[in-house]
Write a protein that binds this ligand. Structure first.
Ligand code: B12
Ligand code: SF4
Length: 465
């Protein structure tokens, strides 16, 4: 069978960097392993959606497999409207939006099915049934449209238990060297799936409740290193970013992984960590292995708000201590922050500014809160009428603007505070950094950055000094 994957990457922030998709990477490898042919339609440009028509004409797919998070749904709808005439292809949507809001199947015209949860086995079964002319309406993991817009809702299947048995992800499908180059020579990699924590704004824990079995899984160290080695042979990269939810979750794993990584890969790397998992012995091993930056979520600087609304139990003291420890080991830090949560006020947003001023991260990001279906905070927003029912009909612009209507924190104020966030953090310590960030987050920042993307390396070095 011929499968065309569609991955739109529109209005996502970043200096023009293209992105890899781990989900499509593994689905593609799985399908190729079963003898199917695979193609990809990838775009970062909303004015080039109709280019898919040429790809469909040339490739003649039996299945068109879309992937999307909530921010991309609007573009998937537009593509489906443009390819209405290609009735011969079976259309299926997977990813976190369809998984957590399967009802979108009723709302998206031209879509035949959605996949809930992990898609490897589901897609293999679907392709096999379509090829053999078998009835596919009972395939686990799928909701399928039948006659008169009726939907068969099959249960999900358990999480994949033999995680190591998954093939190496397909990187060739993407222009992978180009992706690495567009991200400053950085290769992104994932060792795991899942997160055991339960932050109220995050889609990850909700995905964990969708299927039976063990959600948090890591590749064995041997399996992970083997895939990294194959990448090292094929591509040129200067650093590695482990994009796992929490790289530092299991101390023993980190120690064993680092030992092998140092021997067999030896390329500087950065990781995501959760405050509570930071310890001196782990930092020492990480530093020795070449870890140069650790990203940690602060998300909000007010301890009570963080505990009660975001369901994040760490104290401010723990946050300050974790950032301090990381720095003591000569490792750079990056903080993640969010503004515009339900019930937030401008006043308590300044606690986030203050905490960042205190921990002095070397880098940081601040996003405007977006409510994702399936999360606690999404339900909260609906209950309190902070968002309209048709919220997904609007373009969600790279988390620089809010879709919420909050009496406690008006939209105008949220946007203004977001634009000034970085400036406020750095103005006392480094005016140069503060000004560069002010431009980056300004109204025209995104456009300016696109224009300046050929010299983005220079800009980054200038800003980070
Ligand atoms: C790595 C990552 C990234 C990477 C890679 C992008 C990507 N889309 O994979 C980067 C850094 C580029 C990124 C960017 C963004 N991300 Co991101 N990202 C993640 C992260 C940490 C892991 C995702 C992952 O790779 N999981 C492992 C793979 C194997 O799972 P998967 O992609 O879900 O795929 C499986 C199934 O869903 C299914 N499936 C998926 N697609 C399809 C298609 C078909 C046809 C079928 C049958 C099945 C199927 O099968 C796959 C294999 O089992 C998650 C958090 C999390 N833990 O899930 C956030 C997450 C997905 N990201 C999120 C967001 C918001 C974004 C951005 C919008 C942020 C921004 N820049 O503005 C962009 C959007 C980019 C885009 N165009 O999709 C949100 C999405 C929330 C939501 N409900 O919409 C998440 C859930 C984090 C959160 N805040 O809760 N992200
Ligand atoms: S720790 Fe990170 S990945 Fe885990 S639930 Fe919280 S925000 Fe999501």
């Amino acid at each position: 069978m011929r499968i065309l994957f569609v991955y739109t990457d529109i209005n996502t922030m970043g200096l023009g960097a293209r992105s890899y998709h781990f989900g499509i990477g593994i689905l593609s490898a799985t399908m190729k392993q079963r003898g199917h042919q695979v193609e990809l339609f990838y775009t970062q440009n909303k004015n080039q959606l109709e280019n898919i028509v040429q790809v469909i004409n040339a490739f003649k797919p039996d299945i068109i497999g879309f992937t999307a998070d909530t921010t991309q749904i609007i573009y998937i709808k537009k593509i489906l409207a443009k390819i209405k005439c290609f009735k011969k292809s079976f259309t299926v949507l997977g990813g976190c939006h369809a998984s957590l809001y399967p009802e979108c199947l009723y709302e998206i015209e031209g879509l035949d099915a959605i996949c809930r949860g992990e898609g490897e086995e589901t897609l293999v079964e679907l392709a096999g049934s379509l090829r053999d002319g078998k009835d596919y309406r009972g395939i686990k993991g799928l909701w399928i449209k039948t006659e008169n817009n009726r939907v068969v809702k099959n249960p999900t299947r358990p999480f994949i238990s033999d995680f190591d048995a998954l093939p190496f992800r397909d990187y060739d499908l993407f222009d992978y060297q180009n992706i690495i180059n567009s991200d400053y020579g950085r290769l992104s990699f994932m060792l795991s799936r899942g997160c055991p924590f339960n932050c109220a704004y995050c889609a990850s824990p909700t995905m964990g409740r969708l299927q039976e079995g063990k959600y948090v899984r890591f590749f064995s160290v041997g399996r992970a290193i083997a895939e990294l080695k194959s990448l090292k042979e094929k591509y040129q990269f200067k650093t590695v970013f482990f994009a796992d939810d929490i790289f530092t979750l299991n101390k023993d794993y980190v120690f064993t992984f680092c030992e092998k990584y140092k021997q067999e890969i030896g390329i500087p790397f950065e990781v995501n960590a959760r405050i509570e998992t930071i310890s001196a012995d782990m930092l020492s091993v990480l530093k020795e292995t070449g870890c140069f930056k650790i990203h940690m979520g602060i998300e909000h600087g007010n301890e009570d708000f963080r505990k009660n609304i975001l369901n994040r139990s760490m104290s401010n003291e723990q946050i300050i201590d974790a950032f301090k420890k990381v720095k003591e080991f000569g490792i750079a830090t990056k903080s993640y922050n969010i503004i515009g949560f339900p019930f937030e006020t401008k006043e308590i947003h300044f606690d986030t500014v203050a905490l960042n001023q205190k921990v002095e991260p070397d880098a940081h990001v601040c996003y405007v809160f977006q409510p994702y279906p399936g999360t606690k905070l999404y339900d909260f927003c609906r209950q309190h009428n902070f968002i309209a029912a048709d919220v997904f009909e609007s373009e969600i612009v790279s988390r620089r603007d809010t879709v919420l209507n909050l009496p406690s924190f008006p939209r105008k104020e949220i946007v203004k505070c977001h634009r000034n966030f970085s400036y406020r953090i750095y103005r006392k310590k480094s005016l140069r950094k503060a000004i560069v960030y002010k431009i980056y987050y300004s109204q025209y920042g995104e456009r300016l950055i696109k224009i300046l993307s050929p010299v983005k390396n220079l800009l980054r070095n200038f800003a980070m000094k």
